[in-house]
Ligand binder design. Sequence first.
Ligand SMILES: Cc1ncc(COP(=O)(O)O)c(C=O)c1O
Length: 403
Amino acid sequence: MLDVEKIRNDFPIFNDLNKPFIYLDSASTSQKPLEVIDTISSYYNSYAANVHRALYSIGEKATDEYENVRLLVKKMLNVPDSHSVIFTSGTTESINLIAYSWGLKNLKKADNVLITEMEHHSNIIPWQLITKKTNSSLNYIPLSNNGTLNTESMNEQLLSSTKIISISHQSNVFGTINPIKNIIDKAKSMDILTLIDGAQAVPHLKVNLAELDSDFYVFSGHKMLGPTGVGVLIGRNELLEEMEPFLGGGEMINKVNMHESTWNEIPWKFEAGTPKVAQVIGLGAAIKYLMNIGLENIHNHEQGLLQYALDILEQNENIILYGNPPERGAVIPFNLKNIHAHDLAKFLDLDGICIRAGHHCAQPIMDYLNVSSTARISMNIYNDENDIDILAAGIKKTISTLN
Ligand SMILES: Cc1ncc(COP(=O)(O)O)c(C=O)c1O
């Protein structure tokens, strides 16, 4: 078990003991440890400079700190080559980059892109836009009742015309951990590319990209104790070399003349303009923090909490739980009979309890469940059983007040 009290001491937001604060919305965004905040401040306080161009020492330091984070990402996820690590503004931009840079060039009329009904909108909309532009089609692997993917249908949908399958590693609604290794292997045997959305997986699971061997893997800094405004795209070098740049501007060029230009090497070809220097450096501090605790320890802690929360919520007959995937992260979607999820979230907030209510940027899942919204709790290293007890009491109080 993790020492949650010690961990909470590392997070300034939990330090105000005068007001209750139970944070159960980490799937939306995580809280930040002081080390991350201090690392960002120290860049602004003592070596704020642009990277890759300044010929003075603070510029060199900023460049070193920035580029070192590429090595940290490589280490954390066992990426074979740091040149395949591209910094973006988040998962959303990473997926858009792939859809536009790879999709526009490679998708033709008879082709199809395969995603799933479980995806976050950021893994749906870019593909809707690109398949429309290229006249290709967009197919979906359907959901099953327990919040997993319908694997029989998945096999039928992997066609010779499928060019890429883009799928979440862990669902942000059900918490389902998808069997991505099997999917990647199957896709590879049919020459289909794979893009894995790791936004909900990287903060909570030990991910080994050398083993998984997907063509693309993407995630966001702010969900893994890091700052907002930074994300990562890891791609297979040969594909990145062939792809056109997504954004044009400074940094991403080799030579510019008035009529045409040539591109910088990867990864810099995809990092146009002044990069997210402070955010990337902050992400580095978050990676160090997570690796210090250990992803296996984090996963075990959260699995214990998940089970504890499920056992308690299941006892309340006014609660409808959605999905029951056999392998899942610490995310639980639910509704109360007769009480709207937004009302529940607002009532809990009066007691300092933060949960998410809404469609979770996954409206196809809401359609499948035949609801417009659900409540959702999601847990992290700074949560403990006491948080769940307080939540359960808050839910009971809401029911007795509103019913
Ligand atoms: C599974 C999944 N994919 C993608 C995203 C989008 O991430 P961002 O908003 O950081 O780009 C999220 C955010 O909630 C998510 O949960």
